[in-house]
Design a protein around this ligand. Structure first.
Ligand code: HEC
Ligand code: HEC
Length: 248
């Protein structure tokens, strides 16, 4: 009941104050917040905003109306024009719900871990496993684009939380592409992976599996033999060789 009576009042405040919002940074008070409680101290909100920006690997203008290089006083932080700001609001509500649920897990270790935007985003605005990104790019724009995209992402993000540049990502991407019948794309990604991991045995199991999906038993046998040559304890490769009637 109380909330219902206060809500229209806040709305009126936001409209009037919103008209004079740009011009001062930091602002004196909050104007158009629908998730963050209206009486939250501004410095606390700015701290939250910096955390969010870092978690997503973006700058204020990703969500707010303003340009790179422009003084923050000229930004319109109250505007809801950007889709990303509206999404971020949904995400804030989602995160509150996640943390409420976390509070109910039985025998929770103390201190409990809070979920943050960074739990999922890890420095990316659109959090996506590397394998998924590769499959998407290879499917939409072809193998060469996927290889270029991988190199660019690796240059930019290697050593960060954002993407897993370990051996499995490209193997997984290749496997999914092959399952969708995109063999050339799959082989191109495996070739790229071999460049990164030139002595890998596991990679050749994937090569063999892709060859099998393509109906190329000879190629598959050669790949599985190479996997065993590189690592005689690779039981997956040995098993595959037995499956296709070859002596490991
Ligand atoms: C990922 C999106 C996102 C980024 C990046 C972001 N913000 Fe925000 N910001 C929001 C959302 C959403 C709100 C409104 C929250 C609400 O409705 O409770 C908001 C509200 C604000 C407000 C309050 C505006 C008002 O109506 O009074 C200020 C000030 C602000 N942000 C400053 C910043 C600054 C400075 C940065 C960069 C350091 C930044 N924000 C980065 C999403 C973002
Ligand atoms: C449980 C995981 C998770 C959490 C926690 C999370 N996000 Fe997201 N977020 C996602 C996923 C997944 C997407 C991509 C949705 C899509 O595009 O299909 C996304 C998309 C977004 C986008 C849109 C990006 C774009 O370019 O379209 C914004 C903005 C965003 N999140 C902000 C936030 C903020 C701010 C927080 C913390 C308050 C947050 N997210 C917390 C998973 C999460």
């Amino acid at each position: 009941m109380r909330l219902l009576r206060i809500a229209p009042l806040l709305l009126v405040c936001s409209v009037t104050a919103g008209a004079q919002a740009p011009g001062k940074f930091p602002p004196d008070s909050l104007v158009n917040t629908k998730v963050i409680p209206h009486n939250t101290p501004v410095p606390q909100v700015l701290g939250l905003m910096r955390n969010i920006s870092g978690d997503l690997g973006v700058r204020c203008q990703f969500c707010h109306v303003g340009r790179e290089g422009q003084p923050l006083a000229q930004f319109d932080f109250t505007s809801d024009d950007k889709r990303t700001k509206q999404v971020a609001r949904q995400m804030m509500l989602m995160l509150q719900e996640i943390n409420r649920r976390l509070d109910t897990i039985p025998a929770r270790p103390t201190p409990g871990l809070q979920a943050t935007c960074g739990t999922c985003h890890r420095g990316l605005s659109r959090p996506m496993p590397l394998a998924t990104a590769m499959v998407e790019t290879a499917t939409a724009a072809g193998a060469d684009s996927a290889v270029r995209a991988y190199r660019a992402l690796r240059t930019r993000y290697y050593g960060r939380d954002a993407y897993d540049f370990g051996e499995t990502s490209l193997n997984q991407a290749a496997f999914r592409l092959a399952r969708a019948g995109k063999f050339d794309e799959a082989l191109a990604l495996l070739k790229l992976n071999e460049e990164q991991f030139p002595t890998s045995s596991g990679l050749y199991v994937f090569r063999g599996n892709v060859a099998l999906m393509r109906g190329d038993t000879t190629g598959a046998a050669a790949a599985f033999h190479e996997a065993v040559r590189r690592d005689s304890t690779n039981n997956e490769a040995r098993g595959r060789l037995r499956d296709i009637g070859q002596r490991p």
